[in-house]
Design a binder for this molecule. Structure first.
Ligand code: AMP
Ligand code: MG
Length: 797
């Protein structure tokens, strides 16, 4: 009859808190640690008394849990309740719904609670330093650790409004100190890191946040959620998804007469939150546990995170006045791997040449091999070189020289290749002008680049805009050009000179010209020849419009390797049956296509086609699956500003899709907004450095300055980084995953478009008051630009 003995208190507890009792040994699951402490104390007292045969001596309790519950219900009303509510409503106003930690897998639509945990221990030295820092700053160790955790979350997510949950014992009245029962409450601690404070400034803020929260700890969390009515989403908890706790009153040693007591480790396989950091002070220093949701995170990811937390704590005690954006995150081993090993791409070329010299060397080697084929026309390397030389000599005679912009507005034809080589050989920079582009766009480029000589063909003359340039109509003046010298020109161009000027969309409403140097394209050609195993037997299709930098990639791939370049009319290259026919008839071995083109091609055998390269936009698994079997399949990534291509992945059907690794003499850095390198798995802006970087944007010094920045990771003079605006992250094997854009640039059917350019153009219209443009893909593989307009007048239709 337990009811009549003093044991009743303990017995009831053993039943109701049985789980908690077991959890004592785990130290990290949220439980009312206080109750457990009392439970253990009482159990010890009772057991020891029983063994010694003396009556137990437990102090009588002034009140019971039920008394407290009743009191709380009466007290937490009216003004008292309102004060608490008001505080929390203000404190949590407009809080972000979700802390977007970078996960290894997409977040399930409905939250799961499968979990695992990982223990860690900080050295006694670091523990002492953290304690000393806290004392010096007038904060508790809890506050210091929370501030460090906040900073870690900020650095991982880029979110500066951080909400972390934290349980609080809530035993702030002496009558309830000895009670067993669930008093614990959860506080939401919200920190604003947007001003990039120093760590010690952050500590001040965290102190205030925590003190205010303690002063309003009486409002039960459930009531708070009820009142705030946050938008509920089954995929995550409301208000906060990560939690921090510090147990700093170590459990007393349990001494049971005649017994040895030891911990039983319990394997936890659940996680109540996305991520829990539970720490505890011990005589040997701070120890802790990371508990995580295994549907979101891999063990390796949490291991790395734990390492980053420790690196950061070391950095904090070393210099608490450092800005939180600058605190170290990566361990030394990681720094070495990310910044150096994975960027170790150096390849020395005997001599860096101009791209037309690469071609000229092939002419020496295989003068009689076929260089270019267009419909029924073809030219050998020798013939192509002679013609290009004649044109170059002619262009010299009309004033073309180094770094001078020469327009070329032609359709795909042999003349296109002759014209392009002729311009380069004469020292000029070719400016591709697609005759299919709108007149205004062509006119803008001609004026922006001050094109004074313009190569063209009779059949596109009527599509040219008004211009002041001297026209060289290639098909008309051939007789005159024919009289020129056929020899190579020498000593005119060097690798540092410009090769082409490629216009891309600009957010201000005007396109911008990217100035690409020979050096970068030469490096590209070397990388391609090596990666794609090109040789004299290769047959390369020229598919891209000359206006896209992808076209020079195709051309170099062929003429730099002694292969044959196949050109086709626009009709012959129509994605679908015509293109397939062309690939089959010409026995094309190498093609480069945007994935959106490949997606609409009927899958055919095409035995000759050994190598497919997708580029320009993200590629889906289905496309790789359909086209990679039995051949080499590459995903090439890069912006025009880095000479076409910066990274290449060799795709194998069931691998995670990636854009691979940097090509020769190229470095990639994935950085946060403060240019700090981010760890594996954490998304950031992809930055490119190395041989391929363009000189900058023509006539746009500020924009050049903004996008091409000094390279903080290199000691080489003048080393620069190009800020791509692409969002990416490292996979753990060093390959890079492309994740999208950080701005409003899109790719539509291969066209790189800044939505801002279209918005700027539309807002010029007098009828338009406001406009937003988005890219939509309502039907798969069918993207379109859609403008939403607020008319100036209601009756606009
Ligand atoms: P462009 O300068 O026209 O070649 O466009 C460059 C942009 O296209 C890059 O900044 C990316 O946003 C996108 N892009 C290029 N290649 C890839 C790729 N392989 N996967 C995903 N996006 C790509
Ligand atoms: Mg490109």
């Amino acid at each position: 009859d337990l009811a009549s003995t003093p044991l009743i208190r303990a017995t009831l507890v053993v039943q109701s808190d049985a789980e908690h009792f077991l959890l004592v040994s785990m130290h990290h699951i949220i439980s009312d640690g206080w109750s457990i402490g009392i439970l253990v104390d009482e159990l010890t007292a009772l057991y020891n008394a029983y063994i010694q045969g003396i009556p137990p001596n437990l102090a009588p309790l002034p009140i019971q849990y039920a008394d407290f519950a009743l009191w709380q219900r009466q007290w937490l009303q009216g003004e008292v309740l309102q004060r608490q509510l008001t505080y929390w409503q203000q404190q949590l106003a407009d809080a972000p719904a979700l802390l977007s930690l970078p996960t290894d897998r997409p977040r399930p639509a409905v939250q799961t609670f499968a979990g695992a945990y990982q223990k860690f221990a900080l050295s006694l030295e670091l523990t002492h330093k953290l304690t000393a820092l806290s004392q010096g700053q007038g904060v508790t160790l809890f506050m210091t650790l929370l501030a460090a955790f906040d900073t870690l979350l900020y650095r991982y997510t880029g979110q500066s409004d951080i909400l972390v949950g934290s349980p609080i014992a809530n035993r702030n009245r002496s009558e309830i100190e000895g009670l067993i029962g669930f008093f614990v409450n959860t506080l939401v601690l919200r920190t604003d890191l947007s001003e990039n404070p120093s760590f010690s400034e952050l500590l001040n803020q965290v102190r205030e946040v925590a003190m205010d929260a303690y002063a309003h700890q009486d409002l039960p969390f459930e009531m708070l959620v009820e009142v705030l009515q946050p938008q509920r989403d089954l995929s995550h908890l409301p208000l906060f998804q990560v939690i921090f706790l510090l147990q700093n009153t170590p459990l007393a040693q349990i001494e049971l007469t005649g017994l040895t007591v030891s911990d039983v480790p319990i394997e936890s396989t659940t996680a109540k939150f996305d991520l829990t950091l539970a720490m505890e002070t011990t005589d040997a220093g701070l120890v802790g546990v990371w508990e995580y949701n295994t549907d979101l995170f891999d063990r390796r990811t949490i291991e790395r995170l734990a390492g980053h937390f420790e690196t950061m704590l070391e950095g904090i005690v070393a210099n608490p006045h450092q800005r939180i954006s600058q605190l170290p995150l990566l361990t030394e081993i990681e720094q070495q791997q990310l910044l150096i090993e994975w960027n170790d791409t150096q390849v020395e070329y005997p001599q860096v040449k101009c791209i037309h010299q690469l071609f000229e060397e092939q002419v020496e080697r295989t003068p009689d091999a076929v260089a270019v084929v267009f419909e029924s026309q073809q030219l050998t390397y020798q013939q192509l070189n002679c013609r290009a030389n004649q044109l170059a000599h002619y262009l010299r005679s009309v004033g073309v020289g180094a770094d001078m912009f020469v327009g070329i507005c032609v359709e795909r034809s042999v003349e296109m290749i002759v014209g392009l080589l002729g311009i380069l050989k004469a020292g000029g920079t070719y400016v591709p002008l697609d005759p299919d582009y709108p007149t205004e766009r062509l006119q803008f480029a001609i004026e922006d680049a001050v094109v004074s000589v313009l190569l063209t063909q009779t059949r596109v003359l009527d599509r040219l805009p008004n211009h002041q340039a001297q026209l060289v109509c290639l098909d008309r003046i051939w007789a005159e050009i024919d009289r020129n010298n056929q020899d190579n020109l020498t000593g005119i161009v060097t690798a540092g000179d410009l090769a082409n000027l490629i216009y891309t969309s600009g957010s201000t409403g005007k396109p911008k010209g990217v100035m690409v140097e020979h050096r970068g394209l030469f490096n590209l050609a070397q990388a391609q020849i090596q990666m794609f195993e090109l040789n004299a037997d290769s047959r390369v299709l020229q598919f891209a419009s000359l206006s896209f930098d992808a076209s020079i990639w195709e051309i170099l791939m062929a003429v730099g390797a002694g292969a044959t370049l196949y050109l086709g009319t626009k009709d012959a290259l129509m994605p679908g049956a015509p293109l397939i026919q062309r690939l089959s008839d010409d026995g094309i071995t190498h093609i480069t296509l945007p994935p959106s083109v490949l997606a609409v091609l009927p899958v055919e055998e095409l035995p000759a086609l050994q190598t497919i390269i997708v580029a320009g936009e993200a590629c889906s698994a289905e496309i790789i699956e359909a086209w990679s079997v039995g051949r080499n399949f590459f995903n090439a990534y890069g912006p025009t500003e880095a000479s076409v291509c910066a990274t290449i992945a060799k795709c194998i059907d069931d691998n995670q899709i990636s854009i691979g690794r940097p090509i020769a003499n190229t470095q990639i850095y994935i950085l946060d907004a403060d240019l700090q390198p981010l760890p594996i798995g954490v998304p950031g802006e992809l930055h490119i450095s190395g041989a391929g970087l363009a000189r900058g944007y023509l006539n746009r010094p500020e924009l050049t300055h903004e996008k091409f920045i000094p390279n903080p990771f290199s000691t080489a003079p003048h080393s620069r980084l190009y800020k791509t605006g692409d969002l990416a992250r490292y996979l753990s094997d060093g390959n890079i995953e492309f994740l999208g854009r950080i701005d409003n640039q899109v790719k539509i059917r291969g066209f790189r478009i800044e939505l801002g350019e279209i918005e700027a153009a539309l807002s010029q219209l007098p009828e338009v008051k406001e406009v937003v443009v988005v890219a939509r893909e309502d039907r798969p593989n069918n993207q379109s630009l859609v403008a939403y307009v607020v008319p100036q007048h209601q009756n606009l239709t």
